[in-house]
Unconditional design. Structure first.
Length: 709
């Protein structure tokens, strides 16, 4: 069994996976650069999606904010250099987390935005000068900025809707556009007014509509108390106050929220009717007078220098507060200037988050353990003497891979420097300077000779970076494969996550992916955590996943080198599982984006007995094993080439592509004279301008659906 179901497997998983676009052409230097960029972008997106899901949906993050931001920055840089590679589902296009199921959804009429980051004085000043440049273009020279600086609370963003002074709805931010209705839990928080007293409401009247935005958090002393009580009761403890707050707010039963001490800081106003305000500062004053908790540390500043001083000052004092902050939010106060500055992507131009540098602590490296990945690749992680870093007790830390471990020269028993950047899981940076001079240091840690999950002797392939467990039925490896099978992008089975998969595997109910389809609600009911409704729902979700497109099935079964795009391309090219199983490496090579080595590898895996058995089994339980839609040369869109840009209202980019291809059309990434249609959604990239220049027909989603009939 996997030694730690929640440990992060690092960004260095299968970096050899290559995904290219379906576009043809002779590969030149540019094509190769682009292909490499695309492969890296795909990999980054997959990792960021997973980390995002862990953070927002599972409340169980495995990397820190800084690590996440570094991955996101790298992706932004690639997409900046290759705008044609931007996908509508790219994490760069997203505001926050996906809403989890189980709670009713709420649409935010005014989206809840995120914030761009500044990590140095230089970046903060650059932000101010960007605003000046932008306003100068708008004809506003020498704007007189007033800034509001606020602690950036490390909690959970929420929106509270009041009608005629009465709280009617409370919602999480979710993905910024759609959140979850958590009114029942927010009502239990004593500092949230259930009604605005008209006498205290400034300006004499209560606004008809008022949306208050703010952060839910758990004070550090309350967090410590809660964890103590949980530990005494034999319950699992929360990783940090943010997780405790977020986990509580998403509970269906409000009694839990009532028992857990949550608080709120209000930091802004969203929708209003019947309230006239000129500045953000005025909004905060109004909120305070109307009875909302507004942090007393928030200040109004006149100059850039004052802002820098304030940020550095808070950075020094961050440990002295009773709640966690991970930075300072600086906002332009004047609401008219805010409007003129507008939004770029998902971030308002008029605000920025000054992020504090990560915190480090020294502790002892007690052990190095290994996790087995989807393809048998072994990944190290550190077991630490528990240490308190920035309000959180850290016991495990990521070590990325063998090379990282060797480069850092870590030895068991060393004092090591642990870094926690805003969130968990932290990293071990290096041994403490004195540790390397210690007498009797243990030998450099080596990858295990036997798999930690199944005890099979491990191997280190000559060309590979990872030591491997060669056992194809290793339960640890199988767990990773099963998790991948049910994940979003693969078979997308709602309600099955890593914990559920682990439980099913342990109970002996699921060994291979085909076993999911044989599960019954009665079997699930015997397990902990299932009721009649949830058991039936999961069985239904599993059944429904039989209809996933063939390309997704090829991705889901866990073939090395076959990512989402290659799965789809293989399905489109070979059309049936029988054709794919019978295909020679040369035939597989005809698939767009597949190179000779990949073709060999895919062919070899498909010939393996275990893979054949899995495919046969999946076919038997009714999973789709052929390409949907008419064969090539048929269908309403035959001969038509499409390019997609921007975010469509309903369809994801993958769904739009699947629909177009199923109707016989082709989707490419770059607009050219040969493009028949550009399908443009919200915030289209440079492709729209190019299409207009080349007089390519531009469709919206409704237009596309019309063509698809
Ligand atoms: S303003 C348009 N103010 O930070 C600006 N956000 O990274 C959007 N946060 O989702 C938010 N303290 O969860 C704002 N004083 C503050 C904040 C704050 C914490 C969080 C909030 C937001 C995230 C953006």
């Amino acid at each position: 069994m996997p030694s730690s179901p929640t440990i992060w497997r690092g960004c260095c998983g299968r970096s050899s996976r290559t995904e290219t676009d379906a576009g043809g052409g002779v590969p030149g230097e540019d094509d190769r650069t682009r292909t490499r960029a695309q492969a890296r972008a795909d990999q980054l997106r997959a990792e960021l999606h997973e980390h995002g899901r862990r953070y927002y949906v599972l409340d169980d993050p495995t990397i820190g904010d800084d690590d996440y931001d570094a991955l996101l920055d790298e992706l932004r840089a690639i997409e900046g250099a290759h705008p044609e590679l931007v996908t509508s589902d790219s994490p760069t296009q997203r505001v926050g987390g996906e809403p989890v199921s189980g709670l009713p959804k709420v649409t935010h009429e005014i989206p809840m935005l995120s914030l761009a980051n500044a990590r140095s004085e230089e970046q903060l000043r650059a932000w101010v000068s960007r605003m000046r440049t932008h306003l100068a273009r708008e004809g506003i020279e020498q704007p007189a900025f007033e800034f509001v600086a606020e602690p950036k609370i490390d909690g959970l963003a929420i929106s509270l809707l009041y009608e005629d002074g009465v709280l009617v709805h409370g919602a999480t931010r979710g993905n910024g556009e759609i959140g979850e209705d958590v009114t029942h839990n927010l009502r239990t928080i004593p500092t949230i007014p259930l009604r605005i007293d008209p006498r205290v409401g400034a300006q004499g009247t209560t606004p008809r509509v008022l949306e208050v935005r703010g952060e839910i958090y758990m004070a550090l002393k309350d967090f410590a108390g809660l964890n103590e009580r949980r530990a005494e009761a034999g319950l699992s403890t929360f990783m940090n106050p943010r997780n405790a707050a977020a986990g509580t707010i998403r509970q269906l039963d409000p009694r839990l929220a009532r028992e857990r001490p949550l608080s709120m800081w209000a930091y802004g106003i969203g929708r209003t009717e019947g309230l006239r305000l000129r500045s953000h500062w005025e909004s905060l004053e109004w909120l305070r007078e109307a009875g909302f908790p507004v942090n007393r540390d928030i200040v109004l500043l006149q100059t850039e220098d004052e802002v820098v001083k304030q940020c550095l000052g808070w950075q020094e004092r961050r440990g002295g507060l009773d709640f966690e902050i991970d930075g300072v939010v600086v906002k332009v106060s004047d609401l008219e200037l805010q409007r003129r500055l507008g939004v770029v992507g998902r971030d308002p131009r008029w605000a920025i988050a000054w992020k504090f540098p990560p915190t480090t602590k020294v502790t002892t490296l007690k052990d190095i353990m290994w996790n087995v990945g989807k393809f048998g690749d072994l990944h190290p992680f550190a077991v630490l003497e528990p240490v308190h870093v920035g309000g959180v007790t850290v016991k495990l830390a990521t070590l990325h891979n063998e090379e990282d471990l060797a480069r850092k020269d870590l030895r068991i028993g060393d004092e090591v420097i642990v870094l926690r950047a805003g969130d968990v899981i932290p990293q071990v940076l290096s041994p403490a300077p004195h540790a390397v001079e210690r007498e009797g240091r243990s030998a450099p840690p080596l990858p295990p000779a036997r798999c930690p999950s199944c005890d099979t002797p491990t191997v280190k392939p000559e060309e590979g970076v990872f030591t491997m467990c060669p056992n194809r039925v290793c339960p640890g490896r199988q767990w990773q494969l099963l998790k991948h099978f049910v994940s979003r992008g693969a078979m997308d089975i709602d309600g099955l996550g890593e914990k559920q998969v682990y439980q099913l595997q342990r109970a002996g109910l699921v060994t291979t992916a085909a076993d999911f389809y044989r599960l019954t609600a009665e079997q699930l009911l015997e397990l902990e955590g299932y009721g009649k409704i949830s058991a039936n729902r999961i069985v239904e979700n599993i059944a429904e996943s039989r209809e996933r497109p063939f390309g997704r099935v090829l991705f889901a079964i866990g073939l090395e080198e076959v990512g989402f795009v290659t799965g789809r391309n293989l399905a489109a090219r070979l059309r049936t599982i029988d054709a794919l199983l019978a295909a020679s490496p040369e035939e597989i090579l005809q698939t767009p984006g597949v190179g000779p080595k990949m073709a060999e590898k895919i062919h070899a895996q498909l010939a393996e007995e275990q893979m054949r058995a899995l495919i046969a089994d999946l076919r038997e339980v009714g999973v789709r094993m052929e390409q949907e839609g008419p064969p090539p040369g048929e269908g309403p869109l035959v001969g038509k080439t499409f390019v997609l840009t921007g975010t469509l209202p309903v369809l994801t980019r993958e769904q739009a592509t699947e629909r177009i291809e199923a109707a016989g059309g082709r989707v490419t990434s770059g607009v050219s004279k040969k493009t028949d249609y550009l399908v443009a959604g919200a915030t289209p990239g440079s492709k729209l301008a190019k299409a207009e220049r080349l007089e390519v027909a531009v469709l919206d989603e409704a237009g596309l659906l019309g063509l698809l009939g």
